[in-house]
Design a protein around this ligand. Sequence first.
Ligand code: HSE
Length: 418
Amino acid sequence: MSAHKQLTIGLFGFGVVGEGLYKVLQQTPSLKASIKKVCIKNPNKKREAPDSLFTTDRYEILNDPEINLVVEVINESTPAFEIVSTALKNGKDAVSASKKMLAEHLPQLLELQKQTGKSLLYEASACASIPVIRNLEEYYDNDLLHSVKGIVNGSTNYILTKMFEEKLDFKQALLQAQQLGFAEADPTLDVDGWDAVNKWVILLLHAYGIVASVDEVLFNGIQNIQGGDAAVGREKNLEIRLVGQAKKLQNGKVATFVLPQFVKKDDHLSFVKNEYNGFVVESSFADKQFFYGKGAGSFPTASAVLSDISALRYHYQYEYKKLYHHQPAQLTNDFYLKVYVSFDDWKYIPREKFEWIEEWHAEDDRKYLVGVLHAKELIENNWWKQHNLSLILKPDAIIEDIEIRNLKKKSLELAGIA
Ligand code: HSE
C-alpha cells in the first residue's frame, strides 16, 4: 500500500471558496494538510488570516519546492490556466475549482497530466458539494449510461425558485444570489447559461469520454424567461429548471444540451430548489439514481476541494477511463427537440424552420406555441435567443431521428392536415 502523503499547500485565491477552504482546513487537523502561502490579487483587502500568509507573487508558490500541492480557486480563467499548468510542469499536484478555465483547456490539461504524471483534480468545478465527477469516473461504465441530466448552476436555480415561488423580481433574486456568494463575479455567466455549459463540458468528459468545447453544446440560460411562462407551466403542473442533459441515442451517439426545461412534478429535478443542484443518472440495470446537494456557496464548494485534497494524500488521479480505455462516445446534432416558445410577434418566429407546430395560442400581448425543431437548427442559429422570445424544452424533449417520421405523420393527422 502506498504511504499517505504529507501535503503542503499553496493556495491561489481567498474569495468565497478560498476563505471557506482556509476555515474548513483549520477544522480538519487530521488531514495533515497545511497551507503555506496564499497568493492574492489585492493585498489591501482586510482578511481574517495572518498577513504573513499572503503574497502577490505567484512564483513564491509555484517555485517553492516544499509546496507539493497547488489549490487554485480564482475567478479569471487565463491566470488560472497559467497557474495550474505551471504547477503541473513544476512537479506539483493541482486542485482547481475553475470550471471556465477547465472547460476552455481540457485538451491541454489532459496532455499535461499525461506528460507530467501529476494529478489534477476538480470535483468542486461541477455541482460543488455533490461528488459527481468522481462517481462518473469510477463507478459508471460509459456503455451502461443511458442518460445523465442535472441542474448544475446554483444561482439560476436560486433565481427561478425565488421568482416563481416567492414572487421576487429577477433583479432582487439575482442580488440575493450575489450577496450569498453563489453568483459568479460577472453574474451574466450564470444567468446566460455559460457557467452551466462550462460545467456540462467537464461532465461530458467523465460521463462519456467526450472532449467537447462549449461551441459544440446547444445551450442557453434563463435570461428570457417570463412570469407568463411559469404561469403556463403551473397550469400543467410543470416547473421550469435550467437542465443539462446528455443522452445516448439508439445509434450510440450522444445528444446533449443545457437549456431551460419544463419538468414534471414527479421528476427528481423538480425537487431541486434554491442553490441546490441535482444530478440524475439513468443506467441499464440500476435504472434511475439521484444525487442531490448544495451546488454553490463557500463551505459546500470548499468541501469538494477538501475531498480532492484528501484524495491526493492517497495519490488519486483521474484515469479518464471512458476516454483512454473505452471507445469514447461521439456527440451528434442529429436529433430533434420538442420546444415551447413564447413571443410577442410572429415576425420573430421562422415557421419554416419547425418540423411541425403542434399547437399555439395567443393571450393578451403574448403568443405561445409548441413545436419540434432540429437540434442542428438551434445550434447553428441564434434567432431563438433574442430577448423577446423565450424557448423552453418540453419534458422528455429529445426525439430521435428514427422516431420523427411516425410522430410527424401522427401530429399532422391530429391537426387534420394529412
Ligand atoms: N456561480 C456558480 C453557481 C457557483 O451559481 O452554480 C458554483 O459553481
